[in-house]
Design a protein around this ligand. Structure first.
Ligand code: NAD
Ligand code: IPM
Ligand code: MN
Length: 353
């Protein structure tokens, strides 16, 4: 029996609400399989913890997490704690310290999910976003000069290292080659004359190792336009940290909404734990109402199953989500036009497994 030690950080707002359901689903899957199980350890870190301790996680939090096989995270951030503190000191700290340099975000329109674009078929939206997740615009250093004077200036560093760009771009080429898909690199070399010129150069260099992969380069502004006008242009996509953040929310909007948008923060070498989380936030506007959609968190859990090598179960979960969207619309949450609560939705999904 394989036993996986999973650190669970439910976090803030709807984070704990969707996490509960995700854990129920994972327990059910391990019960059905019989060959593996999960040991979940809960960590109450987040904004409430911060208000009590002045820290988002304990000083040795990263050390504690390092002994787990993976991390499941709900959502972080809540009014009352400045976002740049809550996110930097927990979510981004984990991504950074565990070198989770691949942020793998499927943008896939399942049959039955609502797409706001006209004349768009299910198969027209099937992208895999690979977002650089360790540096770039999120590097986190900078300067605040001449504070509170008319000369005030702020500088936010953007750091693109050769190693950082090469590894994420190579990962994307590998995936495109393996899945026989096209690869689009999204950048902005016309205006960002250091970072993005460098990115484009590395994309071209690595491309020489993959002569069979058909590639395309798009500027990020045009890419945003094409995602709405002609989403079928995109298959595997690789882009920088900030562009990937923004474009995957756009991706969520065209592929059924934030309630269905999943993501995995991977350290592909498995030197450190990877982290699985829906891409949505803590949704303070609906927190506590029991109506948050658990399917994004469940989809992220399916990415964890894939990562552990149980692709068969990952697929079963996505099929069950698809089944919900077509055959059990009344058991969906209000964001998907249903009337069900978070737990009714997940319980129905569990009954389909
Ligand atoms: P958000 O994703 O929390 O919410 C945006 C909108 O989508 C809201 O209307 C919300 O109700 C809806 N929504 C999101 N998830 C949903 C779900 N599962 N079911 C139904 N509706 C859902 O984004 P925001 O409002 O910009 O951010 C709120 C807080 O979350 C901020 O503190 C932000 O920094 C943080 N945040 C955290 C993460 C994370 O932990 N990974 C991601 C994004 C935002
Ligand atoms: C996401 C979130 C985070 C990001 C925030 C909360 C720091 O928006 O996971 O998409 O920008 O990466
Ligand atoms: Mn985001």
């Amino acid at each position: 029996m394989n036993v996986y030690k999973i650190a669970v950080i439910p976090g803030d707002g709807i984070g704990p609400e969707v996490m509960n359901e995700s854990l129920k689903v994972l327990n059910k899957i391990s019960e059905l399989d019989g060959g593996f199980k999960f040991e979940f350890t809960h960590f109450p870190w987040g904004c409430k913890y911060y208000l009590e301790t002045s820290e988002m996680m304990p000083t040795d939090g990263i050390d504690i997490l390092s002994s787990y096989d993976a991390i499941l995270l709900g959502a972080v951030g809540y009014p009352g704690v400045p976002d740049h503190i809550s996110l930097r000191d927990l979510l981004l700290k984990i991504r950074h310290n565990f070198d989770e340099y691949i942020n793998l975000r499927p943008v896939k329109l399942l049959k039955g999910a609502h797409c706001p674009l006209k004349n768009t078929e299910t198969e027209d939206i099937d992208m895999t976003f690979i977002r650089e997740n360790s540096e770039g615009e999120y590097y986190g250093t900078g300067a605040w000069l001449y504070k509170d004077t008319p000369e005030e200036v702020v500088v936010q560093d953007n750091v693109f290292s050769r190693k950082g760009c090469e590894r994420v771009i190579r990962y994307a080429y590998e995936l495109a080659e393996k899945e026989k898909k096209t690869l689009t690199s999204i950048s902005k070399g016309n205006a960002l004359n250091y970072s993005m010129v460098f990115w484009d150069q590395i994309f071209k260099e690595i491309g020489k190792e993959y002569p069979n992969v058909k590639t395309c380069n798009l500027l990020v502004d045009a890419a945003a336009m094409f995602m709405v006008k002609d989403p079928k242009r995109f298959q595997v996509v690789v882009t920088s940290n900030l562009f990937g953040d923004i474009l995957t929310d756009l991706g969520a909007a065209i592929a059924g909404g934030m309630g269905l948008a999943a993501g995995a923060n991977l350290n592909p070498e498995k030197k450190f734990p990877s982290m699985f989380e829906p891409i949505h936030g803590s949704a303070p506007d609906i927190a506590g109402k029991g109506i948050a959609n658990p399917l994004a968190a469940i989809w992220s859990a399916s990415q964890m199953l894939d990562f552990f090598g149980y692709e068969k179960w990952g697929k079963v979960l996505i099929e069950a989500i698809g089944d919900m969207l077509i055959n059990h619309k009344d058991k969906l949450t209000p964001d998907q036009g249903g009337k069900a609560s978070t737990s009714e939705c997940a319980d129905t999904l569990i009954s389909l497994l």
